[in-house]
Write a protein that binds this ligand. Structure first.
Ligand code: UGA
Ligand code: MN
Length: 245
């Protein structure tokens, strides 16, 4: 099976270094397609050149956050982009069978994760590190079955999991395409998506050696309030910048 790795991204100082790191991780993952989807109205040339350089089959798209959310305090981050990726997959039935994984641009991945999620038949779940006060989010496994979750926030969620904590076989999406969507509801993006597609608890496959290993971390760069300068970014651009002084 092919891996469909979906990465929402948005312009900020840390964007270029984060994507450099992620692209150099994904370089080591065979048989995958990288869907890099920007939260803006036009594909950035700097990201096009990064994609060209990294030798990974890719799809470069944009799907900006709807304007109504730009003014709200808490934003549904990356939701437009993930929905665009879901629609892209659903509207291309000729795509080879495979597994979808939402890989945020700032997370950190052990290569064993990608090997493992390729086994996903329906929907798989596994631990993610550096989450909240507990330090971990994880499915709870009993007799090889997912029976509950560890999370520092449950809310009213049926599936209190992070975006990086599950993968889905794209065949599992095509059973009921009308229900395949991620809601623009802060805190409930994963739960809403999973409620739409997961038919029964026994469809959930625990991975990472029965959820005993952490192969993905919810890392975050310290937020910088300085202006975005990476629209030029990269090494050769420094020369351009200096030549303009
Ligand atoms: C957590 C979850 O891990 C995310 O998957 C989830 O989307 C997010 O919460 C949320 O619902 O707010 P967190 O680290 O808090 O993630 O969020 P970010 O890493 O800032 O954003 C998640 C993804 O959306 C990233 O790939 C980021 O590049 C992208 N994003 C963020 C945008 O496309 N636009 C934005 O304005 C902000
Ligand atoms: Mn993040």
């Amino acid at each position: 099976p092919v891996l469909y790795i979906v990465t929402p991204t948005f312009a900020r100082r840390e964007q270029f270094p984060e994507l450099t790191r992620l692209s150099q991780t994904l370089f080591h993952v065979p048989h995958m397609i990288w869907l890099l989807i920007e939260d803006t109205s036009e594909c950035s040339p700097i990201l096009s050149s990064l994609l060209e350089r990294c030798q990974i089959p890719y799809v470069h798209m944009v799907a900006p956050m709807p304007a109504q959310f730009l003014v709200t305090a808490k934003k549904p981050r990356g939701v437009s982009q993930r929905n665009a990726a879901l629609q892209w997959i659903l509207t291309h039935p000729e795509l080879p069978e495979g597994v979808l994984y939402f890989a945020d641009d700032d997370n950190t991945f052990d290569l064993r994760l990608f090997k493992d999620i390729r086994k996903t038949q329906k929907v798989s779940m596994f631990p993610i590190g550096l989450m909240g006060e507990t330090g971990i989010n994880s499915p709870v496994v009993r007799n090889g079955q997912v029976v509950g979750f560890i999370s520092d926030w449950f809310g009213k969620r049926k599936f209190p999991v992070d975006m990086g904590e599950f993968a889905v076989n794209i065949r599992y999406l095509t059973y009921n395409p009308a229900k395949v969507a991620m809601p623009f509801m802060v805190g409930y993006e994963e739960d809403g998506f999973l409620r739409g597609i997961v038919k029964k608890w026994s469809d959930i496959e625990p991975l990472a050696e029965g959820c005993t290993k952490v192969w993905v971390w919810h890392t975050t760069a310290e937020e910088s309030l300085l202006p975005v300068i990476n629209s030029r970014g990269g090494d050769s651009n420094l020369r351009d910048l200096l030549s303009e002084l």
